[in-house]
Design a protein around this ligand. Structure first.
Ligand SMILES: C[S@@+](CC[C@H](N)C(=O)[O-])C[C@H]1O[C@@H](n2cnc3c(N)ncnc32)[C@H](O)[C@@H]1O
Length: 324
């Protein structure tokens, strides 16, 4: 983690920046893509469904909070392998990943020529030259725990990148984490300690949907108080054709994938990464020794069948034009 929290309030920094482990992100990418069954939501017409007038077209795609660029690179590979009808001129693609830090970026020489990576904080407006130029902007697992107000601001910044009338936003994030036993009499204590500590340090206390913008509507650890109306955040940012899918991680029952076991360990490692950022922060109560102890105990609990579920949320929408 490169930013530590000030623990004087309930949760001053709800955006922990952890030193991401590329292998964890790659495994998470495989699980997420399997759970959703798509990289790009089927409501989004990319690749284009029909041939156009024959003139060459370049479509622009961005990935915000790209991390290791795993989603972007998979999209680049998939689109380059997509065949079109012989009469159609296939579009070419220009893909750009943005992240607040370049710490997980792959080396530039390993990237395909149509993929580039840049640093940018999505909470800040994007460069003028990029505005209104994208056919698709995707965001995945960037909001740690976002209130309606702060998520709305990020959605507005990102929606400004889209071509009016034609550009789509796809936002994927997790919600509603829960821990379960699968064997009677086994312990969830260490896993619970990790979950509760992340909740306490990184999730704002207000979250009861009081409608003033401070309620958590998306991201890490939240339990929805009811219908939090995420689609309204998209509509308020000028998006139309808004649709939300929510898939539970237990949607997929593929024994070979061992999703329950591996998915639970993946999230525990992610949460321990968040807590590592609290080591050395006055009053946090976290030390390297405590991290190591709960890690070992939590992994033993998972060996004994403890597992989690979470909801994978995907919200899509198209930027409105004057004709809409
Ligand atoms: C859990 S990783 C997800 C990476 C990637 N989206 C994926 O699905 O594999 C979260 C990423 O979001 C980035 N991030 C966090 N806050 C951000 C912000 N305000 N603006 C841009 N990127 C941010 C982090 O640096 C990190 O690379």
């Amino acid at each position: 983690m490169s930013e530590a929290s000030d623990l004087s309030g309930p949760s001053q920094d709800t955006h922990p920046l952890i030193d991401e482990i590329p292998e964890r992100l790659h495994e998470q990418h495989i699980f997420t893509t399997k759970t959703f069954g798509f990289l790009i939501h089927p409501n989004i017409p990319i690749p284009p469904r029909s041939s156009h007038d024959g003139s060459p077209t370049t479509l622009k795609i961005a990935d915000i909070g790209t991390g290791t660029a795993i989603w972007l690179l998979d999209v680049a590979k998939t689109l380059s392998a997509t065949t079109t009808t012989p009469a159609a001129t296939p579009p070419t693609y220009q893909l750009t990943g943005y992240d607040i830090t370049d710490s997980a970026f792959p080396a530039p020489e390993t990237l395909p020529p149509n993929v580039s990576l840049r640093t940018h904080d999505m909470r800040v407006p994007f460069p003028e030259a990029e505005l209104g130029t994208y056919d698709l902007v995707a965001v995945r697992f960037v909001s740690s725990a976002s209130t309606r107000r702060e998520w709305g601001q990020a959605v507005r910044n990102i929606a400004a990148l889209l071509k009016p009338g034609a550009g789509w936003l796809q936002w994927i994030d997790s919600c509603n984490f829960a821990l379960y036993n699968s064997v009677p009499g086994t312990s969830r204590k260490a896993c619970r300690e990790i979950y509760d500590s992340v909740q306490k340090a990184f999730v704002p206390v207000k979250g009861e949907g009081d409608g003033d913008g401070d309620e958590v509507v998306l991201g890490l650890m939240m339990r929805e108080a009811g219908n939090v109306r995420r689609e309204a955040v998209f509509r308020d940012a000028g998006l139309v054709d808004v649709h939300e899918d929510v898939f539970s991680t237990d949607r997929l029952q593929e024994p070979g994938l061992q999703l329950r076991d591996k998915g639970t360990r993946n999230v525990i490692v992610c949460f321990l990464g968040c807590l590592e950022g609290l080591v050395g922060v006055e009053g946090s109560g976290w030390s390297s020794e405590r991290i190591e102890r709960v890690k070992q105990e939590a992994m033993r609990e998972i060996d004994q069948g403890v597992y989690h579920t979470l909801d994978q949320v995907c919200v899509v929408g198209r930027l409105r034009s004057l004709d809409d």
